[in-house]
Design a protein around this ligand. Sequence first.
Ligand code: NAD
Length: 385
Amino acid sequence: MLRVAALKEAGPGERRVALDPDSAKRLAAVGVEVLIEAGAGATAWFADAAYAEVGARLVDRVTAIGQADLIVTVGAPNAELVDQLRSGQAVLGMLAPLTNPELTRELAAKGVTGISLDGLPRTLTRAQSMDALSSQASVAGYRAVLLAAEHYDRFFPLLMTAAGTSKPATVLVLGAGVAGLQAIGTARRLGATVSGYDVRPAARDEVKSLGAKFIELKAGIAAAGEGGYARELTAEERAAQQAELAEHIARHDIVITTAQVPGRRPPVLVTADVVARMRPGSVLVDLAASPLGGNVEGSVPGETVQTPNGVRVIGASNLPSRLATSASQAYGRNASALIAHLVSDGKLAIDESDEIQQGVVITHAGEIVHAGARAAAAQNEGASA
Ligand code: NAD
């Protein structure tokens, strides 16, 4: 019988847990023994008793790590956890192998099977229940709007009261992928007037179907890339886009940015001089804020910066952790669906011919088996040599 353990997450401020009681129950139903580190679900409001009720075994951390065949995490395991892993064991989580090549190398060197949910082929219908990037992006998009509403000192909806009428807030969402579309829907439900923009032509109808206006740029940039993602813009396209977006950004009360290009730094969509043109009290939420920079020039991950002209620039970081219960339920569903797919005869059945596994299995039997992760690791080794 495969033993799967979920631990208390070690990432700073992380409140999610990789398995909720419902996903523990799903795993038990496919013949997996579930171990939960006592207290692991507490920050997402799942009590130990709720896990015990569905047949999971509550154990201490050392026992969980020692007895598990597979450890399921949300974030990438930290150095301390990697040290405790042994050859033949597996770890499954958001390992980010393209940006975390050291971890890939360490797992391979230790003979640990590394399985990364962020490598899942997202357009495969049978993999949709496993798509943690989408489930967590959706949470982030929703949470970003609540964060904006919290900082915006006016009403979102049109309100007519005896004390006067408030105009609806105007919200602009830049980047209409999974997070952006959820942000658009949420802002609409709060009563704002919403516009959306993306470089992928397919996004136009999706934005409109949510009742938002799609912003067309005269520059006519169409930048659909591979696998449904956007490609990086050329320098000329970027300059044209920034110049034209400036007018739209400056007249909105709230701007939420979610633009990403796989394997690249997030594109700068809002330059500092445009932020300086926004009205006092406006709010910018940058979902792409990262140590490498974000969509908004000057955004700082995890911080809210107030500009001299009274604009709050929120560098959103790890928003899914700020809706920990729902995010963990969705993540647990994704992880347990992938684990159920990988189990055969009570064991992890690594099969290089399976399309899902080709995307998610990063290291196995001492090798880096994923081409993208191997390239990232080789490049990083070259750079640090
Ligand atoms: P993402 O996080 O990589 O990027 C977010 C958005 O930013 C994308 O819509 C992208 O087009 C946009 N963007 C990039 N550069 C931009 C720029 N310079 N200006 C404006 N916008 C820019 O994307 P995602 O949310 O992970 O989704 C990517 C795609 O995958 C979408 O097409 C989505 O519909 C698709 N998807 C499909 C499935 C499925 O078929 N089951 C599941 C999930 C996602």
